[in-house]
Design a protein around this ligand. Sequence first.
Ligand code: ATP
Ligand code: MG
Length: 351
Amino acid sequence: MTPNQEQILAALKHVKHPGMEQNIVDAGMVSDVRAEGSQVFFSLTFPKTNDPLSSAVVKACTKALKVYVHPDAEAHVTLKVHRAAEPPVATELQARHTIAVASGKGGVGKSTVAVNLAVALAGAGYRVGLLDADVYGPSVPKMFRAEDAVPVAISRDGKDWIQPVEKYGVKMLSIGFFVKPEQAVVWRGPMATSALKQLVNQGDWGELDFLLIDMPPGTGDVHITIAQELKLTGAVIVSTPQEVALSDVIKGIAMFRAEHVEVEVLGLIENMSWFTPAELPDHRYFIFGKEGCKRLADEMELPLLGQIPLVQSICEGGDIGVPPALDLESVTGAAFRQLAGRLVDVLNKQA
Ligand SMILES: Nc1ncnc2c1ncn2[C@@H]1O[C@H](COP(=O)(O)OP(=O)(O)OP(=O)(O)O)[C@@H](O)[C@H]1O
Ligand SMILES: [Mg+2]
């Protein structure tokens, strides 16, 4: 069962902030309402920071959802504070670092790395956006378990904006929110690039520390559009250690370094470095060869930013839409956090 917004709001109308006349819904405290099965997500805006009654109100909300919606309902509440007279918000994209996650080759784990790197950076406290530039085969919505999300369109100052979908602390936009995957694959080049430009320019991204871009496979129009439309800080290149993958990586690097593109390659990320079975967590089987990316990185005088093992939990995490980078206990979570840390180091050194 997934309750709809009306059901949730009706339940929350039974909750009152003791300091207010009206219930929390009529008082305008409730926003961003959505549900996934029995999990109910919403924001509560309080008039002041550190409202001593906030936890009591949250508890009352949980209870109201259990009583009026479903006994299994669980509330996930984001607390916000109402600020009077906020300075005007800069809504257009202002990212400190705009980084393409790319590879010459398909299926090496670009989307997996982009998603988990975004989640790891957000977990470290950075403001992170993720743009799914794979217009022909968007996979980010699924990897975030957000396929059914509908980005809100807003009009502000005579301009139309698209609000990114926010999940796991990451703001994201994807063509996948607007067209079904089977429709996207038949797009012609110009349509794809103009849709992508719209996500960049009309996205209500606001200020970000990082905008990561999950690039489509290959080296084509979309890549050039991204390089020209966004002032890229740089690109990170994902590859498996396998020889055939590495030759495509060299092509990918060449594309970024080409004339008129001139995007700095910040480093390589080796994915599927070794296979570790869940029941033998200390074992490493180098099924795609050992340290292929390390050798290539050395040859090209690029940093190797990280090595991500091939494990079932990463594949499953992608399929069920729960990025393993969220898991603070796991080895894979640690691998993605380490990758995020290395990337930040490289950027700091550059600065
Ligand atoms: N380290 C890993 N361990 C296990 N499975 C992985 C790993 N990395 C990626 N996968 C799986 O491999 C498949 C391809 O990964 P992903 O979609 O991220 O690749 P991609 O390079 O973005 O592909 P495309 O070129 O189609 O965009 C997915 O099913 C993903 O879950
Ligand atoms: Mg992909």
